[in-house]
Design a protein around this ligand. Structure first.
Ligand code: NAD
Length: 480
């Protein structure tokens, strides 16, 4: 028995019927089928964009306060259901249950955070050089927004696009990754229960082709994308080419530097949490640990002892640290990178390319020691539970190593030395810097955007992103 999967177009739930199909299985139990459904077609995207265009005016003219109330209520609904929806996420994409529940709760808070913006001023009053002129600015929605999201945060990434888009008065066509259709539908249900009018958010299930139809649609004013760098860069070009707006959060190859003045126990915890939580499938995951020569042996032996203790297996068990990776493609990609590293002579210190637990996409926490800065293991995004230990001589060597990739998402330093922390934070080429914190920690009110190959356009989260979802208007009124 598999679940019924439906698009939502203009308030109607309709099963997509395109020629391409998707079979969702539990990544922790490969014999458990969850859903088997058809992708949407370009005609479905047309219908979704038409519905969003049709709903534009009424939604824009709904008071911001009323829009905010609906979005806040949807956030509250998600948070109240965090336990059940977390379990659904664990089932559909394998995130360990504790992390999954926390993500749903966080996603609800993200909606509440943006809902509160509906009560804040959106423009300014200006002075004028002309007599008797009342001069002010307003921010207006851009129109129909396309949202394209990946599978690694089924709830929070969707909410950090839907929240600001809706509160500022835009209507949305959303295409999530195909792995977790039931999680996507749960977000839609929360919005509908909260009172969102028909057509304001439209859900189309599908893959690259359906995403491509949104990207090229002339009536989609802006596209917000989170996913891989290759897809994001092509998408940004395509949307810009037709003079639309785009905003892309993309891949990372994040480094954590263990400085000579680090608390080594803390450093081990930060490295392990950053690299292996969510099976390394976070854009901000620690995939390189830069280890200072002076503490290398001590740190490495403590790290390997901790890695050996990590519990790999059933993600529904609260004691599990590391669940499966999301699907067969990701399993092949990650184990392929491990095997290539071994074949190239890299020093495998923990884990390996095999299946860590039968009947699931489980990969053991894997550590390579003595990796060179330019090696593929230290250069290419793997997006799995693989850590490259890269020896560096000193702080300057660490900064050079952080900056030696095409990515620029997140970087961290573990140190008690204030000067080293400041020098690192000032000099690394990344949009996020964390000191004595995991590379993967972000808070919703801070701007979050990658540099270099990790991001294009305005950073997400925080309030900067409101400029993506709005356009400014200046109004001058002269009275006699
Ligand atoms: P992906 O690029 O394959 O897919 C992302 C989304 O884009 C999915 O919905 C997919 O169906 C869609 N898509 C794929 N090809 C498309 C195309 N040609 N046109 C339009 N849409 C298309 O990425 P993924 O494998 O789902 O996610 C993993 C990647 O996402 C990693 O690189 C990770 O670093 C990145 N990521 C980045 C952030 C961030 O905030 N920087 C957050 C999470 C994940």
């Amino acid at each position: 028995m598999t679940a019924q999967i439906t698009n939502l177009i203009n308030g109607r739930r309709i099963a997509p019927a395109g020629p391409e199909r998707y079979r969702a299985i539990n990544p922790a139990r490969l014999d458990e089928a969850l859903s088997d459904y058809a992708f949407s077609t370009a005609a479905d995207v047309d219908a979704a964009v038409a519905a969003a265009s049709g709903a534009k005016r009424t939604w824009r003219e709904t008071s911001a306060i009323a829009r905010g109330e609906i979005v806040a209520k949807a956030g509250q609904i998600l948070r109240a259901r965090a336990k059940d929806l977390g379990a659904l996420m664990t089932l559909e994409m394998g995130k360990p249950i504790g992390e999954a529940i926390a993500e749903v709760d966080y996603a609800g808070k993200v909606l509440q955070f943006y809902a509160a913006e509906a009560q804040r001023p959106t423009g300014e009053t200006l002075q004028s050089g002309r007599p008797n002129v009342h001069y002010y600015t307003t921010r207006e929605p851009i129109g129909v927004v396309g949202a394209i999201t990946p599978w690694n945060f089924p709830f929070s990434i969707a909410c950090w696009k839907l929240g600001p888009a809706l509160v500022t008065g835009n209507t949305v066509v959303w295409k999530p990754a195909p792995h977790h259709p039931l999680c996507s539908q749960a977000i839609i249900e929360a919005l509908l229960e909260a009172g969102l009018p028909d057509g304001v958010v439209n859900l189309v299930h599908g893959g690259a082709e359906v995403g491509g139809a949104i990207v090229s649609h002339p009536d989609v004013a802006g596209v917000s994308f989170t996913g891989s760098t290759a897809v994001g860069q092509a998408l940004y070009r395509a949307v810009s080419q037709r003079l639309g707006r785009a905003q892309c959060e993309m891949g990372g190859k994040n480094a954590l530097y263990i400085h000579t003045a680090a608390d080594l126990d803390k450093a081990v915890t930060l490295a392990v949490e950053g690299a292996f939580r969510s099976a390394g499938q976070k854009c901000t995951a620690t995939s390189r640990v830069l280890v200072d020569a002076a503490i290398r042996d001590d740190f490495t032996s403590r790290l390997l002892a901790r890695v050996a203790e990590l519990k790999v297996g059933d993600p529904t068990d609260g004691a599990t640290f590391l669940g499966p990776v999301v699907d067969d493609r990701q399993f092949a990609k990650v184990t392929g990178a491990i095997a290539a590293g071994i074949a190239a002579g890299a020093n495998l210190a923990a884990g390996g390319a095999g299946r860590a637990v039968e009947n699931g996409f489980f990969i053991a926490p894997t550590v390579f020691d003595g990796v060179g800065i330019a090696d593929p293991l230290a250069r290419d995004e793997i997006f799995g539970p693989v850590m490259a230990l890269v020896p560096v001589e000193n702080l300057e060597g660490a900064i050079a190593a952080v900056n030696a990739t095409d990515y620029g998402l997140s970087a961290g330093i573990v140190t008690r030395d204030l000067e080293a922390a400041h020098r690192f934070a000032r000099t690394v080429e990344t949009g996020v810097v964390n000191v004595n914190l995991p590379t993967a920690g972000v808070e919703m009110h801070a701007p979050f955007g990658g540099w270099k190959g990790s991001g294009l356009g305005l950073p997400e989260q925080g309030l900067k992103i409101l400029d993506f979802y709005t356009k400014w208007r200046s109004v001058a009124m002269q009275f006699a």
